[in-house]
Design a protein around this ligand. Sequence first.
Ligand code: BTN
Length: 275
Amino acid sequence: MMPSNSDDIFDGESFTSLLGTETIGRGDRLVVLRETDSTNEEAKRRAASGAEDGLLVFAEMQTKGKGRKGRSWTSPPGCNLAFSILLRPDIDPDDASMITIIAALSCVIAIRRISGEDALIKWPNDIVLNGRKLVGILTEMVPEKDRTGFVVVGMGINVNTPSFPSELKDIATSLLLESGQACSRTALAAECVNGFERLYREFLLEKSLAFTKQEYESLCVNLGKEVRVIDPKGSFNGTALEINDRGSLIVKRADGTETEVYAGEVSVRGMYGYI
Ligand code: BTN
């Protein structure tokens, strides 16, 4: 943990000294920008001009940060983390949503290790702390002509935001607000990326999440709870039972039937609030 008055500038050099990956963010695969529209868009543009698997793009400020479902993601410059990883996996496009599960898991583990805070995953890939959202993850799969295409995983972590506007303060939080202490962004980012690469390599071998299902479930806030599944094709209520080997949420409806909810554009809410 950093003392709360520390001047914690995100710098690529200290980040690199903490990086333990084989590929992600190595050498010229690391890009640290002062400003861009969106790190996901930046990674996609670079991918379109041939950037390699493992490109990692950080930005101190995003002018058009993107959230899920066409929402925007805003974050004050200089205190949080916004980064995207470009991947070129040889997988079926339907399997890409499993990468988002891995991203959430590596991120929550990193947060718990570096800050000591008991963050949890809200299925599939939000991270919450004390009932408020701490991290958002946006995974985009981009098909390419004559190729499998690529995946961009973008993570926005509210690290040292000192306050949120009134419309967000009941649903969003930061590590600083919850712990009262500033957290090192470089240490947190490195832990996150190191953990992500470890899980991602295992996933590429297995093409399944069976190897990490238990750990994900132990850190998932929804299990055993009443949830509302918000699906453009039809919303419903039920009890979240478990996740399966593909990262889908198994929800038991009132009539006893079990539905597999895919980690796509579907959202899950608690019956009485966000969780
Ligand atoms: C969400 O919860 O709606 C997802 C938010 C994802 C935000 C991150 S910040 C880094 C990356 N770049 C973006 O434009 N979005 C993601």
